[in-house]
Write a protein that binds this ligand. Structure first.
Ligand code: FES
Length: 145
C-alpha cells in the first residue's frame, strides 16, 4: 500500500488528508506569504453556494501557489459580523518573513460574485506583490467608532 503524505511532508493517517501519523507539537507551521480568511458563516456560506475554501485551494494548487515562498493559504472563518458584504474575505500577509508586503489586512466584499478568472488575478497579484487596490475596487473600509 502507498504511503500518503501531507503538504508538510508527513505521512498521514489513513482516511485523512493531512492528519500526521507522528504528531510533533513543536514542529513549525508551513510558511505562507498570503493568508486568505474566507467567511464560512451562515449568510456568507449561503451566498457563496459552494465550498469556497476547497474551490480556492484547487485554483491555488493549479497555479502552483500552494507551496514555496509565495504560498497562499486559505482558511475558513465564522461570521465577521459584516454579513451585508457577503461573501467577506480577509487577506493578511506574513510580515514575520516577508517584511512589509503590499496587501496586508485587506477586506474584500461580495466575493461570491467572483469568477475563477477574478480569483486567478487576485492570486497572481498576491504572489507578485502587486497592490490589489490597483486591480480591484470592492474593499470594505474600516471605521473607528
Ligand atoms: S456570515 Fe460572513 S460576515 Fe456574517
Amino acid at each position: 500500500m502507498e504511503n500518503r503524505v501531507n503538504d508538510m511532508g508527513s505521512e498521514v493517517v489513513e482516511g485523512y488528508r493531512c492528519k500526521p501519523k507522528n504528531y510533533d507539537a513543536n514542529r513549525p507551521i508551513m510558511h505562507y506569504k498570503s493568508l486568505i480568511f474566507i467567511c464560512n458563516g451562515e449568510r456568507c456560506k449561503k451566498a457563496g453556494k459552494i465550498d469556497k475554501a476547497s474551490y480556492l485551494r484547487d485554483i491555488i494548487k493549479d497555479m502552483g501557489l500552494n507551496r514555496g515562498k509565495n504560498r497562499i493559504k486559505v482558511t475558513r472563518t465564522g461570521c465577521y459580523g459584516a454579513c451585508r458584504f457577503r461573501q467577506v474575505c480577509h487577506i493578511t500577509e506574513n510580515t514575520q518573513i516577508n517584511g512589509n508586503p503590499k496587501n496586508n489586512s485587506l477586506w474584500l466584499k461580495h466575493t461570491h460574485n467572483f469568477k475563477e478568472s477574478d480569483w486567478r488575478r487576485v492570486f497572481t497579484a498576491l504572489s507578485e506583490d502587486v497592490e490589489l487596490k490597483e486591480i480591484l475596487d470592492n474593499f470594505i473600509s474600516i471605521k473607528l467608532y
